[in-house]
Design a binder for this molecule. Structure first.
Ligand code: GLA
Length: 308
């Protein structure tokens, strides 16, 4: 079947206000969708998914029965293949991709790409956005090998204008949290580029998994049990998850009271724990957070995304 109707879909990137490296252990996270995003324009139909991108010299051409997304080339086509393999669209798609998200800066350009592809392939008013976000997360795992959590894809598909969203990564419950109108969320580029697949994201996830085997559901573990762990690395990772979970709760509650100073201080505490316990920061990010916190009018600062 070839549909003549042109489709235009858009998927935003995200910035994470607080709740870092806690989604994959079922913790609380508080990201917000941003106004930068990825657009796909084209037509459903055809027997393959063929996309050209403004940022890539080669197109992505993916068969509907693609079995191994990680083996596809060029490398950006792996994300297309991952989504095709996960959502199993009834027909293909021919179109164009363009994004306003700077790639590799921690604003989730890959999640926005996956979500835009999924919306182009199967999106309509009746779709189950949570289920689609989970399919996009699996697509990312298959495409890049990075065992990411659900935060980025949820933020892109379930973001609410003027709000951050509180995601409980155990129950997948999503609660919009209104942001005070007098506060600006400013994203500052450290200038450092990173690639999650070439660094220790999977190691962190595995370490957190080992701590979980010892303590059970980590976000609700007792800090006294965490501090009694023999393994110093697991102790730090678990300490991060437990304290970060509490910081997210506290952030939401001080924000509701309008205490922006306290919310900012929690963001900076979150950065310190990402630096010292989760060990995912860099000298450049630490220096930037320090510099920003000395700027009058700045309430708090932290790294966003996976780190490194
Ligand atoms: C990346 C992952 C997310 C999350 C963050 C860290 O953005 O894709 O799932 O784990 O890192 O908070």
């Amino acid at each position: 079947m070839v549909s003549e109707q042109q489709l235009r879909v858009w998927a935003p990137g995200r910035v994470n206000l607080i709740g870092g490296h806690s989604d994959y252990s079922g913790g609380l996270v508080l990201p917000m969708a941003v106004d930068l995003g990825t657009t796909i324009v084209g037509h459903r139909g055809h027997e393959r998914v063929v996309l050209v991108s403004e940022d890539e010299p080669e197109p992505a051409e993916v068969a509907l029965d693609v079995a191994d997304p990680a083996a596809v080339s060029p490398s950006w086509a792996r994300y297309v293949a991952g989504v095709v393999a996960e959502v199993a669209p009834p027909t293909g798609f021919i179109g164009k991709v363009a994004t306003t998200i700077p790639i590799g800066t921690g604003l989730s350009s890959s999640a926005a790409l996956e979500v835009a592809i999924a919306l182009a392939l199967v999106g309509d008013d009746r779709i189950d956005r949570r289920a689609l976000a989970l399919a996009c997360q699996r697509a990312e795992h298959r495409a890049s090998g990075v065992p990411c959590g659900i935060m980025d894809q949820f933020a892109s598909l379930l973001g609410v204008d003027g709000h951050a969203i509180l995601i409980d990564c155990t129950t997948f419950e999503v609660t919009p949290v209104e942001l005070p109108a007098e506060v600006d969320v400013v994203v500052v580029d450290s200038g450092q580029r990173r690639s999650l697949s070439t660094v220790g994201y999977a190691d962190r996830r595995a370490e957190v998994g080992r701590a979980e085997q010892l303590l059970g559901h980590l976000p609700t573990a007792r800090l006294t049990d965490v501090e009694a762990l023999d393994d110093a690395i697991l102790r730090k990772r678990a300490r991060h998850v437990v304290t970060e979970n509490q910081r997210v709760r506290d952030f939401v509650s001080v924000l509701a009271k309008g205490d922006i100073g306290a919310a900012g201080a929690l963001m900076t505490d979150s950065h310190m724990s990402l630096r010292d316990n989760q060990e995912v920061s860099t000298d450049a990010l630490d220096a930037l957070v320090g510099r920003l916190n000395r700027v009058p009018g700045v309430h708090g600062a932290r790294l966003t995304g996976g780190g490194w």
